[in-house]
Design a protein around this ligand. Structure first.
Ligand code: 5GP
Length: 183
């Protein structure tokens, strides 16, 4: 893997980014995953400082105002952002770094850090994405409908990315990501 590279994995909500990241980290333990700040409430089992930094809206706004976030965006009523300093520190130390964020945030990273490698994960089909969102069962049916509508818009962003990978098989996706990260 080339040293000190920033990879941004993005794609629509429900495409399976989390599963891919978990499998990728198993294959590549030296990869450092950024911990985002969010105003959303923790889900069962999520740990503060590990899965996310869970912050109040006031704290999030203060982080934005102080320029502490590399990128940030609102996603279904909650705010999400990537703390800038830890990413800079890892990259400066030569540690390969990964962000897992939604497409609008990825676009902001591209503008701030043109060398970042942007990878877009797509579902094999919209039908499959619907199946995954329903199967996840963490969201009410009206939220699933909202997420599908947003996914249609987000899929249009794929062309702006350096690589588009279809999430049909996690092992294949991880192998492809490792290839891209080695370029
Ligand atoms: P969830 O609430 O399901 O954990 O995440 C919702 C969406 O927010 C996902 O698409 C996830 O990739 C995205 N996300 C997580 N962290 C960040 C972040 O720091 N910045 C941006 N722009 N999106 C994020």
């Amino acid at each position: 893997m080339s040293p000190a590279h920033l990879t941004v994995l993005s794609g629509p909500s429900g495409v399976g980014k989390g599963t891919v990241v978990a499998a990728l980290r198993q294959r590549c333990p030296e990869l450092w995953l950024s911990v985002s700040a969010t105003t959303r409430a923790p889900r069962p089992g999520e740990r503060d400082g590990v899965d996310y930094r869970f912050v109040t809206r006031e704290r999030f706004a203060a982080m934005v105002a102080a320029g502490e976030l590399l990128e940030h965006n609102e996603h279904f009523g909650n705010f999400y952002g990537t703390p800038r300093e830890p990413v800079a520190r890892q990259l400066a130390a030569g540690v390969p770094t990964l962000l897992e964020i939604e497409p609008a945030g990825a676009r902001q990273v591209r503008a701030a850090m043109p060398d970042a490698r942007l990878v877009f994960l797509t579902p094999p089909s919209m039908a499959e994405l619907r199946r995954r969102l329903v199967g996840r069962a963490t969201e009410a049916p009206e939220l699933v409908a909202q997420r599908l509508a947003r996914a249609e818009l987000e899929l249009a962003a794929a062309a702006e990315f350096d690589a588009v990978v279809v999430n049909d098989d996690v092992r294949r996706v991880v192998a492809r990501l490792l290839e891209l990260m080695a370029e």
